[in-house]
Design a protein around this ligand. Structure first.
Ligand code: C2E
Ligand code: CA
Ligand code: CA
Length: 911
């Protein structure tokens, strides 16, 4: 773009002023010199040239920009037409030096401007937003036009018409001028009104264009008026209006503004002016006509018609505005109503959420007074919400828990939106305590709440289960003695203490002789009673500082601390022998037992607890081998047994390599239908000389030597392939699941997930049918790579089961941290169901499974009543000898082919 002379509209008036002023100055110079002809020529030429310049600028603008092309073309044509008219005029007046004839060719040029300029304005793409808005713009335009017409009639048109005289053509042309001017002014105003309503910004200054046209039209009308009075000559002051008008158009056409910053200048006039414009036009018209009436004492017919029409349009405009206002008010009311309803419903929804949330929501003020209490407290605390509202929170907190809660509240109160969680005990009306996990949030500054919000969740069940499991984890459930885990911990503790105090210690390992016979002949419960009596006798004969534990089965151990006299252990072993050999009374039946005791002292170079226990174990075997009734003290030569172990390890390695292992499958049964839903793969080893070796023996060996990785992978591949075969060949078993055991050592392998994925692809088993069983210890491991592997497996779609659930160190927090799918309830819990032991524990676990949406599998179901109880409690799946032991694949194929529910009906279901 070659011309960009003005960046801001502020320059325009200066340019117009300068142009006009220099032209006026020239005129005045000529007039001062008394040069009548020069004045005429300056005026005529100046006007022709400025109109030509404006026309050319507008046409060039139309050529250079695509926007508003028609507008600029028409506007250019208007100026050029007028310039042509003016040239003709100049030709007559200044060149030929004679009076310009009327009408002449000049009039054609002059009269071309109004229709062309008006059409140009109407071409502007300004859309009023609404129908009513458009209608009002039209009405406003009409009102303004009629007012102007009225004024023009009184001042210009009337006298012209009344002057009469000339020919019809001359009179018509005389009238055409003021009418054209009125039309131009009206359309400028109309355009301005439209532009005010339009959201569109135009790349043209309507102030300049409109101002130019109005200036032109006013001068034009003045010319007609003066001509009527025969008072016009070229160079009259009227000419200034024309000149300024074209100068403004010239500036408007030359002005190129960057499109983004373009806006309609009219906005700066303010909306008020626009609103009142039609009224002021009417006011001026009415005033003019009043003065006219007073002056002439009469009103002509045109004026009264014009006035009547004005009235009609004014009323129409008023009605329109009124209607619009009404609609606006109605719309506003509707919106307020809708918003209120919306608020109401969201508040209700929130209240409903709080009310029906399983959490207890309590709001207290800074002094601890309850300002809101959700209904759920009835279910959780057994209290009515209304009874709590308004009272002090501290009436409901267990005494020894109040301090902790106060502390949390104090720390939360410090800062808005701060929150903190703690475990807390609240009181039920009967005085019992309810364990809650409470989250306190500071919403004191939130104007809807203005309080501290306590979100409390009932964790009584969870806490109780955790405590139970914790006890379970460290105690033998039958005898209430410590278990192996606790014993080991005590031993480790004693070993570190010993290092500091130089006190010595010893471990006695006991194994009962003849217990199995009692169990087999008199039954489990007799066996249990016997074990309890043994435990009590042991507790009676040790010192209070000694620790007695049951390691499972008929194995016990005693830890002797602060051992001053090494001979004490021998005395103790002998007393154990004497006391345990005394007769037991089992419901009238007297039985006798033997016992073998192994003793290991910490002086025997034992590096750690594990080794000390192994030493005692070795000594115990020695004692047993030596014959009944003895005890043996550990001696390093006993390690000969280790050789045996090393040989076994070599054999296992060979078995893995040469296919000496097999996989057996134990069915998993749906508790509701009795049908097989899955199988657990269990490794089997048939030793060439020793016969079958139990996994309980060779799996730990494989774990200790690292062989477990290859073993595990082999089992997985074998079992996946077998499962796919069953899925394809057995009707109705296309969704058969496979469970495979994974030992913690396998998770040390960072590639485990990838390896498993590969096996799945290789064998064609869909990941969702594979469940990996692992013990709690794996999930509680804080090794980040193990967690990553587990997450990868989950992401693949493989399911995870917690094996032997309940026997680990039972902080249940990992259940939340980690997405497991299945809980396998350990066999020891199931056993207790039919031994009259603790049944609540199993039902708590099943319930926990339900609330956490986990499948529960009961392991080791041996008796019908166990199955019935579990089924009643809602346990999902069962596994155990009651249904079937682990079978070689060929045998299981036969069983699966039967497709009958597995022993569900046996024993009947009382439920
Ligand atoms: P587990 O995973 O808890 O497997 C269940 C064990 O309980 C199996 O013993 C099974 O035969 C036995 N069982 C099933 N129903 C009953 C029942 O009603 N009563 C009784 N008393 N026992 C029942 P198994 O086959 O001797 O396996 C012992 C353990 O060896 C398994 O315990 C598992 O931890 C481990 N194991 C076996 N195969 C593999 C394997 O391929 N990889 C790994 N890492 N571990 C394995
Ligand atoms: Ca298992
Ligand atoms: Ca298990």
């Amino acid at each position: 773009m070659s011309y960009r002379p003005f960046e801001r509209v502020g320059v325009a008036p200066v340019v117009v002023g300068a142009l006009t002023l220099s032209w006026v100055a020239l005129l005045m110079l000529c007039a001062r010199a008394g040069q009548e002809g020069a004045v005429q020529l300056t005026s005529n030429l100046g006007l022709a040239l400025i109109a030509l310049a404006a026309g050319v600028a507008a046409v060039r603008r139309a050529r250079d920009t695509r926007e508003l092309r028609h507008f600029w073309l028409l506007l250019g044509a208007a100026s050029l037409a007028w310039s042509a008219g003016q040239t003709v005029w100049t030709w007559y007046e200044s060149v030929l030096g004679r009076e310009v004839p009327f009408p002449s060719l000049a009039d054609v040029g002059y009269l071309g401007l109004p229709p062309l300029a008006a059409t140009a304005l109407l071409c502007l793409p300004l859309a009023a937003p609404t129908l009513a808005g458009r209608l009002r713009a039209v009405l406003d335009g009409l009102i303004v036009a009629l007012s102007l017409l009225l004024v023009s009639w009184i001042i210009v048109l009337g006298p012209v018409v009344n002057a009469g005289g000339d020919s019809m053509l001359a009179q018509t042309i005389s009238l055409a001028y003021p009418v054209g001017d009125t039309v131009v002014i009206t359309i400028v105003i109309f355009t301005w009104l439209r532009a005010r309503q339009s959201a569109r910004k135009l790349p043209v200054s309507l102030a300049l264009v409109g101002g130019g046209l109005v200036s032109f039209a006013v001068a034009d009308s003045g010319f007609v008026y003066l001509t009527t009075l025969s008072d016009y000559s070229s160079g009259s002051f009227i000419d200034i209006g024309w000149f300024a008008g074209f100068a403004l158009l010239l500036v408007a056409a030359s002005q190129v503004r960057s499109d983004n910053t373009v806006h309609i200048d009219e906005e700066s006039f303010g909306n008020q002016l626009g609103t009142f414009l039609p009224y002021s036009a009417v006011l001026i018209a009415v005033t003019t006509s009043a003065i006219d009436v007073m002056r002439s004492g009469a009103t002509d017919i045109f004026i009264s018609w014009d006035r009547s029409a004005l009235m009609v349009f004014l009323v129409a405009r008023q009605v329109l505005t009124l209607r619009e206002n009404m609609a606006l008010t109605r719309n506003l009311e509707d919106r307020v109503q809708a918003r209120t309803a919306e608020l109401q419903s969201s508040r209700q929804r929130f209240a409903a959420l709080v009310q029906h949330s399983s959490d207890v929501v309590t709001v207290i003020d800074h002094s601890g007074v309850i300002t809101y209490q959700s209904e759920s407290c009835l279910r959780v605390l057994g209290r009515e919400a209304t009874s709590m509202t308004g009272s002090s929170l501290w009436d409901y907190i267990a005494e020894d828990h109040a301090a902790a809660l106060r502390e949390v509240i104090a720390s939360v109160s410090v800062e808005p939106l701060r929150l903190q969680t703690l475990h807390n005990s609240w009181l039920r009306p009967d005085g019992s305590e309810c364990h809650l996990e409470v989250t306190v949030t500071n919403l004191l500054l939130n104007e809807d709440v203005e309080g501290l919000v306590l979100n409390s969740r009932d964790v009584t069940d969870r806490t109780a289960l955790q405590e139970q499991l914790l006890h379970q984890a460290f105690h033998d459930s039958l005898t209430a003695l410590f278990n192996r885990a606790m014993f080991k911990e005590r031993l480790e503790h004693a070993l570190t203490r010993r290092e500091r105090h130089a006190a010595s210690l010893a471990v006695l390992f006991l194994d009962l002789d003849g217990f199995k016979e009692v169990n087999d002949t008199l039954g489990h419960s007799a066996g249990d009673t016997l074990l309890i009596q043994v435990a009590n006798r042991l507790l009676d004969l040790v010192r209070p500082s000694d620790t007695v534990a049951r390691f499972g089965g008929d194995e016990f151990a005693i830890l002797v601390e602060d051992l001053d006299d090494p001979a004490y252990t021998i005395t103790l072993a002998q007393r154990v022998n004497t006391v345990l050999r005394e007769a037991y009374d089992l419901g009238g039946t007297r039985v006798h037992l033997g016992v073998s005791v192994g003793i290991a002292h910490d002086a025997d170079m034992a590096a750690d607890a594990e080794q000390l226990l192994r030493n005692a174990d070795l000594a115990m075997y020695q004692a047993k081998a030596a014959g009944e009734g003895g005890f043996a003290i550990y001696d390093p030569s006993m390690h000969a047994g280790l050789v045996e172990r090393v040989r076994l390890e070599a054999d296992l390695r060979k078995a893995i390599d040469d296919g000496g292992l097999a996989v057996h499958y134990q069915p998993l049964i749906s508790m509701s239908t009795g049908r097989v839903t899955g199988v657990e793969a269990l490794a089997r080893w048939q030793h060439p000389e020793r016969g079958p070796v139990s996994p309980v023996e060779f799996i730990p060996l494989a774990e200790a030597t690292g062989l477990i990785r290859r073993l595990g992978l082999w089992v997985l591949r074998e079992a996946c392939a077998q499962t796919v075969e069953w899925q394809r060949s057995q009707p109705g078993l296309s969704e058969l699941r496979l469970s495979v055991n994974v030992s913690p050592r396998q998770l040390d392998d960072e590639n485990l997930a990838a390896v498993i994925a590969e096996v799945l692809v290789e064998t064609g088993l869909h990941p969702e049918f594979l469940t990996l069983e692992m013990t709690e210890s794996v999930l509680m491991s804080d090794s980040p790579s193990a967690l990553v592997t587990l997450r990868e497996l989950k992401a693949m779609g493989v399911r995870l089961a917690i094996d032997d659930f309940g026997t680990g160190y039972s902080s249940l927090s990992y259940l939340h941290r980690f997405p497991v799918d299945v809980l396998k309830i350990d066999r020891s819990f199931i056993e207790q169901l039919s031994l009259g032991g603790d049944t609540a524990l199993v039902s708590t676990i099943v319930r926990l499974g339900h609330t956490m949406n986990l499948e529960t599998v009961a392991e080791g179901i041996e008796r019908p009543q166990e199955m019935l109880l579990l089924r009643r409690q809602g346990c999902t799946t069962g596994q155990g000898f009651h249904f079937s032991p682990a079978l070689p694949p060929e045998e299981l194929t036969l069983l699966l082919a039967e497709r009958a529910p597995l022993r569900m009906i046996r024993g009947g279901d009382p439920a």
